[in-house]
Design a protein around this ligand. Sequence first.
Ligand SMILES: Nc1ncnc2c1ncn2[C@@H]1O[C@H](COP(=O)(O)OP(=O)(O)OP(=O)(O)O)[C@@H](O)[C@H]1O
Length: 243
Amino acid sequence: MTGRELLTCEGVDAGYTKGRPVVRAFDLRLLAGEITVLLGPNGAGKTTLLSTLAGLLPRLGGSVTLDGRPTHAGRAREVARRGLVLVPDDRALFTQLTVRDNLTLARRRRGGTLEQVLDYFPALGKRLKVAAGMLSGGEQQMLALGRAMIQNPRVLLIDELSMGLAPVIVEELLPIVRRIAEDTGTAVVLVEQHVRLALELADRAVVLVHGDTLLSGSAASLVADPGLLERAYLGEPVAETVP
Ligand SMILES: Nc1ncnc2c1ncn2[C@@H]1O[C@H](COP(=O)(O)OP(=O)(O)OP(=O)(O)O)[C@@H](O)[C@H]1O
C-alpha cells in the first residue's frame, strides 16, 4: 500500500519564538506505507518538529500539506481530524483509566476497532481492565500506539518509541510499526535513538543536527555507509542528499 504522497513539508521552520526557529527549512515527502526515521543528537529539534507538524506548536514558516491539502499552522484538532496522529514521547496516557477506556475514548467515528488494535497488540487483550498507570513500560507504549491506531491515522508521528524501554522490547515493537504501515498504508515518521534498529526498519532517513537537515536519503544507503551518518552527527560536511 505505497505510492500516494500523504505528507509534504516545504521549508518548515519550527520553534518557540518568532524569528528564532529551532528547526530551519525542513523538507519532507512521505508516501503511504512508508516509514521515515528522523535521527539526530539530543537537542537537534526532533520533538519540536513533530509537535509543530501535529499543530501543537505554531509553525514559524513554510508549508505542510496533508494528503494533498494544506494545513493551517497551530491547529492541532483539525490536523488530528484529518488523520495526522502524534504518539508523544511521554505517551500521554490517562494513567487512572483502564486500558479499554484509554482505547475507547480515543476512538472516533469511522475509526478502527478494539479488535484491530488487539490484533497488533495481543498482550493488551489480557490487560483491558487494568489501569494504564499499572502497565509495564512496554505495555504502555503498546497502548499509546494502540490508541493512535484506533484513530485510523493516515500519518503517524512517533516520538522516541524506545524511551525508557529495554532494547529487547524495542526489537519487538518496531516490526509491529512496519506491519501497521504495510497493512494500512499509514505513513510513519519515527524518532528513534536506536539508530541501527531504526535504519533496518525504515525506508528513508533524515538526519537533523542543530535544526538543520544535514542528510537525507534511503535508509539502505545509510546502512551501507555508516561513516556517512557518523560524519553528519558530528556536523561534518556530507552530501545533503543520498540516493
Ligand atoms: N518549551 C521550550 N521552550 C523553548 N525552547 C525549547 C522548548 N523545548 C525545547 N526547546 C529547545 O529546542 C531545541 C530542540 O529541542 P527538542 O526537544 O526539539 O530536541 P530533540 O531533537 O527532540 O532532543 P532529544 O533527542 O533530546 O529529545 C533545544 O535547544 C531545546 O532547548
